[in-house]
Design a protein around this ligand. Sequence first.
Ligand code: COA
Length: 335
Amino acid sequence: MQKRNRLYSAVITGVGMYVPEKVLDNKYFESILDTNDEWIRTRTGIKERRVLEEGATSLLATKAVEDLLKSTNTDPMDVDVIIVATVTPDMFFPSTAALVQDNIGAKNAWGYDLSAACSGFLFAMQSGASLVESGQYKKVIVVGAEKMSSILDYTDRNTAILFGDGASAVLLEPSEDLSIGVQDSILRTDGSGRDTLFMKGGGSLRPPTHETVDNREHYLYQDGKAVFKVAVKGMADVSVEIMEKVGLSSNDIAYLVPHQANLRIIDATARRMGIESEKVTINIAKYGNTTAGTIPLCLTEYYRDGKFKKGDNLILAAFGAGYTWGAMHIVWGID
Ligand code: COA
């Protein structure tokens, strides 16, 4: 295994999550769109998703971080950094991280938002891990949080059924035991994919006007077929690449923790890696695609279900808008 030069390893020492109570099942979409439960389940693996009725992404993120602080018995005054991966911030500015910092009373923390769509959590984990590995920061919270319902066009069957709201967070702390924690990653960006998955309006290119609203430019647009093709290849390729880079065979891997966009993309990635389905974390049926939230939601649920043991090799993998994609090798560090 190729060893990286670092003072400390960044170890996930706690997890937290929050999903809103309101459930939209596939039957609901049958009542508003030309679609059906069977199509959605067989093409995507999704049975239901959560929707936040009141409040914004900072509320989801705050509740996930509160769960994390409570379950790790962490004093908010001890938090150094908060990184929020999201494409649905409450506002362009201030950052959602600033709102979370204030909500939890983390008076000694600084933080920022990170925009990398469905790869946001992986990119934020790389950033957070670097802050910890240098020895400069001791408690870094990495959050993936989205209110996708705020940018979904519920008249568009191609996208409305795919996404859901939710948030999850992990705490990264330094360890002198370099054999646990974040080991390595491969992260990629290719902006030539910008036209297949984007939200056209609202930014400096197309500031809000009556025209942009009338044109439905403030909703997520996706060319599903085009994204599907590159997502299957991108996520599978980079997952195999990280296995080769860190010298792991499929037998060495306890769990693949993939972004939850489509069960068929997940299955294709696992097949390419030679990993059987029992070793893949899956909760897409319950939550749909929560964008930056999917990977930490899987980590939280599977850890709390007693599935991860200290020393387990996990491969995290994602693909998203941009394009952005990547994979990360983590050795689970808590009992
Ligand atoms: N219900 C019923 N039919 C639907 C539908 C829905 N909710 N959504 C799309 N369709 C239709 C399409 O209009 C198309 O009809 P047509 O052939 O008459 O035009 C037909 O189903 C087939 O569409 P197609 O795009 O070939 O289906 P697909 O097998 O590719 O599945 C997605 C569609 C969106 C589920 C799939 O492409 C996908 O998952 N894409 C990537 C998603 C993703 O990863 N996004 C986030 C970035 S990580």
